[in-house]
Unconditional design. Structure first.
Lengths: 165, 165
DNA sequence: ATGAGCATGTAACTGGTTACATGATTTA
DNA sequence: TAAATCATGTAACCAGTTACATGCTCAT
């Protein structure tokens, strides 16, 4: 694929768990080519601008397989709402509950986006071997967002049931 | 508190959802002081080195309250295991299942660390108004890690039950 | 002609980590 | 006296985003 193709694919199909900017995509492609993991050929565009299309070399395919066999990194994030909750005693209880409710609403919006997502699989994922994996990435999003929503609800419940703080 | 104190507090009490390095902690304190949000005084150390102890100014307290009232950012991460799963068709099924099992095991380890965590609250959180918030931050960790573990199990199940890929 | 989409790229910047320097004091 | 801990700081580096530049082609 070309850099442009990859960007579009990531932005449509993988966007709920990955993103790439041109600012790191194109330099990365150059680097991978320099390392001999991918090779490029110029594809003259008929009715479109020319494209630089990359494909794996055999060294690259080996590297891919090796990466796919290594353990995956555990994702790590700073969670701002937990920091706000921890310092919530500086502010009235209702203020914190509002922040939690707003967070819950945002999470619910995103969760709703996942709902219509299963049906879209056949348009976006042509390789049948990728269909189950793709659905599992969506399931992941649903499960995590559901858990976060349940947590917000529980947090609101506990704060309300303990008004003396 | 001093920069050193803050670092220790974050590393012990908030470490499951936040971290700070000296490399951004000390410059941030300088900046906040320059902005008039905190002020410092030198505390001569008896039997210990001197410390620079910071406290909020009234402008700083207002800024804190305002921050606590604003909606919290939604955390966003790249999830490597989903990327590996998406490209899993390049590698034998058992390889992917091993990666998922390894991830499950790592998640289970971290979840186990949360278990003994509730009891520790009284040592670490002196302000009684912070005890419920602190417990809720731990509950958050537990709920998220449980969800991630359940997802790994479901992913393994679905991949195994569909051997034709 | 003009704007939208195709396509490749980079410079400047931001946010953050790592590693190190410095020096005091306490404990083994 | 050596190691551990207390305490403050910075320079170098790395990862990644944003914003912009460039130029092609197609549809209106």
């Amino acid at each position: 694929m070309s850099g442009y193709d990859i960007k579009k694919m990531v932005d449509t199909t993988l966007r709920h768990f990955w993103k790439e900017s041109y600012g790191r995509l194109y330099p990365t492609l150059k680097k991978l080519e320099g390392d001999g993991l991918i090779k490029s050929r110029l594809k003259r565009g008929r009715k479109k601008p020319d494209r630089i299309v990359y494909s794996l070399t055999s060294r690259g395919r080996r590297a891919l397989k090796s990466w796919l066999s290594e353990p995956a990194e555990l994702p790590w994030v700073r969670i701002e709402i937990l920091l706000k909750l921890f310092f919530a005693h500086n502010v009235p209880l209702e203020t914190t509950i509002k922040v939690l409710e707003q967070q819950r609403a945002e999470l619910a919006n995103i969760l709703a986006q996942f709902e219509g997502f299963y049906e879209v699989v056949d348009d976006r994922v042509t390789d049948p071997a990728q269909k189950i994996p793709f659905r599992l990435t969506i399931l992941h999003g649903r499960m995590i967002y559901e858990a976060r929503i349940r947590w917000c609800e529980e947090a609101i419940r506990q704060l309300q049931s303990n008004p003396k703080r």
